[in-house]
Design a protein around this ligand. Structure first.
Ligand SMILES: [Mn+2]
Length: 323
């Protein structure tokens, strides 16, 4: 590990152009990690960094320091050859979508992640499947490099930790996550402020949209399975953006008997994006069959079928898993 971190430091020092990628449908971990790393590279290495997102950038995280630095990957010259490209929290290369070719084009590629399904597509791969979030890996790297962690960096890492542990309640919440949280709070982070900014600032129509989707939930196998779907017309009825769908699958899982919950969302004609959560069942084998990836109890995939067909296929597969 020490050797890899030395190599990473060396590559950052050498690089004149650096790009950091977050994954599509960005969450608090991929955005917080991107910002934390860009702060450190600019502050300690004195280099300019392009922090990019693909698809849409959720306004939810606009409370993060330096959020305005995020650039749409579409604004980057497709032929630009960066010296260094770093992916944070990107389980597989295709999660960079149209940014994948820019990543591939870079002279040196780094992959920092905590998804167990990550195959290690970088020249350097720092993958810790036991880390609760990528933020925790970055924190360890910064400590190893003996950088003083500023309040801004601490806030970004806190958002990584807060969101990827579901507010310190998922299985990945360990003594280490609380130790890190304690350190971050000591560095000036306010848990109350960050929680409110992250979880209690939903637009009214988002609350109504989520209630609607939850009320359409169908239960199977004595309530062990909870599925709900979101069509494009549902989305337009509520003027919903992508972030409106975030967190709904966790609400489905709150039902006592539920073992596996899923939200199926029609993204475009013939494409269904699936978010899966479970309490006890390992989801990775299920989503891999559909070309997806993720964590044991939180995973996803996109099925290239209309939503009704995807629904039946997935339900079938999930029911088999529970047999
Ligand atoms: Mn993550």
């Amino acid at each position: 590990m020490k050797k890899i971190l030395k190599e990473l430091k060396n590559e950052i020092e050498k690089a004149e152009s650096i790009i950091i990628f977050s994954h599509v449908s960005p969450d608090g971990d991929t955005l917080g990690s991107n910002l934390a790393l860009s702060f450190v590279i600019e502050q300690y290495f004195n280099k300019k960094v392009d922090s990019v997102f693909v698809g849409a950038l959720p306004a939810l995280y606009s409370y993060l320091p330096n959020y305005n630095r995020f650039k749409d990957v579409q604004s980057i010259d497709k032929d630009k050859k960066y010296d260094l490209a770093i992916a944070v929290d990107v389980a597989s290369k295709d999660r960079m979508v149209s940014g994948t070719s820019i990543y591939d084009n870079a002279k040196f590629k780094v992959n920092i992640d905590h998804h167990k399904t990550n195959v290690g597509y970088g020249d350097i791969n720092i993958i810790d499947g036991s880390a609760a979030c990528v933020g925790i890996i970055l924190f360890q790297i910064f400590k190893e490099w003996k950088f003083e962690i500023t309040k801004d960096v601490a806030r970004c890492i806190y958002t990584s930790l807060l969101t990827d542990t579901g507010g310190f309640k998922y299985e990945n919440t360990t003594p280490e996550t609380f130790m890190l949280a304690a350190e971050l709070v000591r560095l000036g982070v306010s848990p109350t402020y960050e929680f409110r900014a992250c979880y209690e600032t939903k637009p009214q129509s988002m609350v109504q949209f989520q209630a609607y989707v939850v009320s359409n939930t169908l239960f199977y196998n004595d309530g062990k399975i909870a599925f709900s779907k979101i069509t494009r017309s549902d989305m337009s009825k509520f003027n919903a953006t992508d972030e409106y769908t975030e967190g709904i699958v966790e609400i489905l899982r709150t039902s006592k008997n539920v073992e596996i919950a899923a939200i199926l969302k029609e993204t475009k004609e013939g494409y269904t994006k699936v978010s899966l959560r479970s309490k006890t069942v390992d989801l990775t084998s299920i989503v891999i069959e559909f070309g997806g990836g993720g964590h044991t109890f939180a995973a996803g995939c996109t099925i290239k079928k209309p939503i009704a067909i995807s629904f039946d296929k997935l339900l079938n597969r999930v029911q088999r898993e529970l047999e």
